[in-house]
Design a protein around this ligand. Sequence first.
Ligand SMILES: Cc1ncc(COP(=O)(O)O)c(C=O)c1O
Length: 416
Amino acid sequence: MDPTDGKVIKPMPKSGMSFDAIKEHLGKLEMPDPYAHFARAFRGPQDVQDVGKYAYERFMSDNGFFSLYLPYMQTIEQEVIAMGVSLLHPQENSTGNFTSGGTESNFSAMHAAREWAKINKPNVKNPNIVAPYTIHPSFQKGAEYLNMEVFTTDLDENGRGVAANIAAAINDDTVMVAASAPSWHYANIDPIPEIAAVASNAGLWMHVDGCIGSYISPFLEKLGQKLTPWDFRVPGVMSISGDLHKFGYCQKPASTIFWRDAQLQDYHYVSIDDPFLGPYKMAGFSGSRSAGPIFAAWAVFNYLGEEGYLRLTQRLLELKAKFNDGVNSIDGLRMWEVDVFPLHFHSEKAPTSEIYQGLSDKGWLMLGLVEPEAITIPIDPALTDEAADMLLADLREITETILKDGGGKKGNIRYG
Ligand SMILES: Cc1ncc(COP(=O)(O)O)c(C=O)c1O
């Protein structure tokens, strides 16, 4: 149901329900696995979930509001940041902040760039950002909040941004260039070295949206996959986002925003000297927040270590091969070639939106892309072979039926 469709009227109950009644009610709402797998992506296997859950529950009532001050919490948050940035070829003073998700991480970079430009580009009147058109909508959302504009540019034939197009779109009010490593849309890494060189030459802030890639690409590279360099080893990259709650396999909501240099981080902080309450400075946009996700991220990082992440990356590559073989063997379906994740496929014979609807009718909760139409398979290491086989079998049956009997209903493909 579209949440904007109807107004729910429910007064506060006069007396409370029993815990058992609450469990029963909520239990009935839970969507069944594996059909709802993608509502819960991205998760590690059960043991990793258990470790994160333990730390989360233990610290969920502690207020992350105090993470810049209270030593036990500050140490844990700083260790998560240090472990995270260690994956990204950090410079001597590279650092970061813990945020609530990719949207906040990208927002933080945009905000910092806007503040940085007040000092470094004082003639800017209406700050804008230039990015390939696959840049995630969190940038347009952030621009609304920050009174900025986003100009998007055309891609090459493989769905990657083009440095020359970015260069052509920059104007006197541009403060930031942003690109993806990878984009959700094509799961390909933009040519970050070329784009960062354009940004540097124009004296602009360069941000890499690594929400998907920051916790998987380093391990893909260690396993021998050749990827375009995209992290702090690329000169000119000033900030990188990286979602712990995607391929970090940490409990939601959790992400990181990394700064090439601690001096850039200064533009992130908003310090208020409140005449009544005293100094007010937070790690990110939130005030009060649960410390649960911070402790959970620390626990998951330490539990998995590099070896664990490599093992889970290997598992994802097995699942990728399984879906590549399985989907491509169905008449008319084509998996897309991707640098990283997620996986997408489209149909060359039956309309993709009808296949999407067929999957929904069988109970599968899937995501997709509107232009060009595609169905997304956001695999994670919690997806079992049995579940993957069930999905592939349903996909085969649905596609064959549509091809044989003609069109069904078109589904309303959406990303989120
Ligand atoms: C490339 C990219 N950036 C940013 C985001 C936003 O992340 P979140 O949903 O955690 O706010 C996403 C989410 O899918 C993404 O794929």
